[in-house]
Design a protein around this ligand. Structure first.
Ligand SMILES: C[C@H](C[C@H]1O[C@@H](n2cnc3c(N)ncnc32)[C@H](O)[C@@H]1O)NC(=O)c1cc(-c2ccc(F)cc2)cc(O)c1O
Ligand SMILES: [Mg+2]
Length: 215
């Protein structure tokens, strides 16, 4: 049977990227997605905004919701200081299998823990299983109708502290209206919008960054 798109993405990485070199993996995937097959990675344009948010924050404990093939996992993990940890949740077994191999290819396994599970099942288990009290940075890139309920779930589990930064992909395309409404109107968050474009496309998209106040 025909291979899947994530399998073809992995082949591109193994063929064109250098082991242990995150930038070569990022470039190989972006080149393939721009020239051959679109895929739902955050991409190079929005990826640069993600890089700047992570570099400025220098987080120790990071949560990513929606791993897909691990492109943004690699973008984030390559910037983390020694000892920092990134936990990424992906509920599709096929995507998780590909992401594990991409993460292994760049040699970032010691910083990244991929959990094959739905976010809502694992957010309540972060403290007892990983010993994580609060996260410094959360990247939301999973089903767009899960951003708001999972943000409320993280609040409820006490995983967000004063100053925790949440960054959400796709706030315009496909769009997360209920989440935007909530973060822009809630008094316990200060938020800003980074206008950009949908990955490998001219369509408008953007990232919403919010710092938690917990008023
Ligand atoms: C949702 C996906 C990303 C991944 O998230 C995992 N996932 C889901 N829900 C959960 C959960 N509850 N827990 C754990 N993992 C979870 C899934 O299996 C995918 O691998 N992302 C997108 O659908 C996505 C789509 C577009 C897009 C834009 C314009 C178009 F015309 C078509 C598509 C762009 C993007 O930038 C995306 O990010
Ligand atoms: Mg996305």
């Amino acid at each position: 049977t025909r291979s899947t798109r994530p399998q073809r993405l992995l082949k591109v990485v193994q063929k064109h990227a250098t082991r242990g070199d995150p930038q070569s993996v990022i470039s190989a995937i972006d080149h393939f997605c721009r020239r051959s097959e679109w895929a739902m990675n955050i991409g190079d344009e929005k990826g640069s905004i993600l890089d700047s948010v992570v570099s400025e924050l220098n987080p120790e404990k990071v949560l990513e919701l929606g791993t897909y093939c691990g492109y943004s996992t690699v973008r984030i993990a390559r910037l983390l200081p020694p000892g920092a940890r990134l936990i990424t949740l992906e509920f599709n077994a096929d995507y998780a299998a590909i992401a594990r191999q991409v993460i292994a290819w760049v040699g970032l396994e010691d910083k990244v823990q991929l959990v094959e599970s739905a976010s809502e099942d694992w957010i309540p288990r972060m403290t007892e299983h990983f010993g994580i009290e609060t996260f410094d940075f959360v990247f939301l890139d999973h089903w767009k109708d899960r951003y708001l309920p999972d943000t409320k779930l993280m609040e409820g589990c006490g995983l967000l502290r004063k100053g925790t930064v949440l960054l959400a992909d796709n706030v315009i395309c496909p769009g997360v209206p209920d989440y935007l409404e909530y973060v822009r109107n809630s008094l316990s968050y200060k938020s800003c919008y980074f206008k950009s474009h949908l990955e490998y496309s001219k369509a408008e998209d953007g990232l919403e960054k919010k710092s938690v106040f917990l008023g």
